[in-house]
Design a protein around this ligand. Structure first.
Ligand SMILES: Cc1cc2nc3c(=O)[nH]c(=O)nc-3n(C[C@H](O)[C@H](O)[C@H](O)COP(=O)(O)OP(=O)(O)OC[C@H]3O[C@@H](n4cnc5c(N)ncnc54)[C@H](O)[C@@H]3O)c2cc1C
Length: 384
């Protein structure tokens, strides 16, 4: 059987991948996308969740098929998109793919290797694709963070990461402890309570965040600056980067959406601010006693780690060890990228969360999609 060939193989079918595939195709490149469409959003983000980002963020490099254009076409009212429900975002992404004729192949890449300057991907259906260029749109799920100073204290089997905890029926009539102080910790708590859990405890290091509408308006102009000057983030001093990161994360950590407050301030959601887990033990009935450092003990059926995501290319098991992982230049686990999102391995590009180190924290959110799509699209469409 002859091996399928493509100019650009995009691995993953999340927002970053489809945004770039659409734009590269628009510029005339032959693109193959492999991945289940919006799989992370469908299987790792809970039903009933709302987006933090507003309707002004979109994924079109051409600023045409925007979320606002989609909303107008569907006649969505302000109330229907403030906040944006997960499913509305999924519908927008499907509409976007239709507009640009992006049709991902619903498979997983199980192996990617490099030889003689080209790439061979093996799919879980056994087929192989030969590609001149590859874009890794790895997204979030490869990079779940399990802080060892926490997990070392927890009995095995007592905890799961939020990424793997979206079936809330399991928690009906049960007690649960959530570890983490950001939006996901509080939103999981609200959703789990609304699905009939008995008691929910949340433990976090900092003070309880305020629930009020955050101001993200400064983010869009800042990320757009990357289009004129691809390297501004990496050239900024450490202090300048820290300042922006702090501002960006302050919105995430110190302010939580106003609509979440009333859903969290409930008699059976207990907020243990400024605490950390000291120890945990399994009881004879299979529940866990967890001791916090304010001497409170909570007894729960399960522990959820809302501990976020941190890029580490070594986690990405489908990348061939000898020809990719060993050769790939990384810093702090993230790939070192040139100003076109290209790794040190020619024609291997990385976008999204794993590009944050060189392009800024915005690339962990959809606000970076149109910008990354423009830059990568133009780079890969050259000499297509
Ligand atoms: C709980 C939560 C809430 C969030 N809310 C927001 C929000 O409100 N606004 C916002 O802008 N951002 C939000 N984000 C961040 C959001 O996830 C990103 O903005 C967006 O999903 C990033 O797109 P992506 O394409 O990089 O990654 P992903 O959406 O993670 O997509 C990557 C895709 O690649 C696929 N994939 C990986 N490996 C392979 C392989 N080997 N073969 C085939 N496919 C593969 C995965 O299945 C996945 O579907 C949120 C994140 C989380 C965790």
């Amino acid at each position: 059987m002859e091996m399928e060939q493509t100019a650009l193989l995009v691995i993953g079918a999340g927002p970053y991948s489809i945004a770039t595939a659409a734009y590269a195709q628009y510029l005339g490149a032959t693109v193959t996308v492999v991945g289940k469409t919006l799989d992370f959003w469908k299987t790792n983000v809970p039903r009933g969740m709302f987006l933090r980002s507003g309707p002004d963020w979109h994924i079109d490099a051409r600023d045409v098929a925007t979320f606002e254009a989609y909303g107008k076409m569907c006649g969505l009212t302000h109330a229907q998109v403030k906040p944006v429900p997960r499913d509305t975002f999924l519908d927008y992404a499907s509409w976007f793919m239709g507009r640009y004729n992006v049709t991902p192949r619903p498979a997983l890449v199980t192996h990617l290797a490099r030889a003689n300057g080209t790439y061979t991907a093996t799919l879980d259906d056994g087929s192989q694709i030969l590609a001149n260029k590859v874009l890794l749109g790895l997204g979030f799920a490869w990079f779940k963070q399990y802080p060892p100073e926490l997990t070392d204290k927890l009995p095995s089997g007592s905890y799961t990461h939020t990424c793997d905890t979206v079936d809330f029926e399991f928690f009906r009539d049960k007690r649960v402890l959530i570890v983490g102080g950001r939006q996901s910790a509080f939103e999981w708590a609200a959703l789990i309570r609304e699905n009939g859990a008995d008691e929910i405890h949340i433990t976090y290091r900092d003070a309880t965040p305020q629930f009020k509408e955050p101001d993200w308006s400064w983010v869009q102009p800042m990320v757009r600056r990357t289009l004129e000057d691809h390297g501004w983030w990496r050239r900024s001093t450490h202090e300048e980067q820290e300042k922006i990161r702090n501002e960006f994360w302050a919105v995430g950590r110190l302010l939580l959406e106003a609509w979440l407050g009333p859903r969290v301030h409930q008699p059976n959601i207990h907020l243990h601010e400024k605490t950390v887990v000291v120890s945990a033990r399994t009881l004879a009935d299979g529940t866990y006693d967890v001791l916090l450092d304010d001497d409170t003990t909570v007894n729960v059926h399960h522990i959820i780690l809302a501990t976020g995501y941190l890029p580490n290319m070594q986690n990405v098991a489908f990348l061939d060890h000898a020809t990719i992982l060993q050769e790939l230049q990384t810093l702090n686990g993230s790939p070192v990228l040139d100003t076109e999102f290209q790794t040190n391995l020619p024609n291997l590009y990385v976008t999204g969360l794993a590009a944050m180190q060189d392009f800024g924290p915005f690339f962990g959110f959809t606000v970076g999609c149109p910008v990354a799509a423009r830059i990568v699209g133009e780079a890969v469409a050259e000499n297509k």
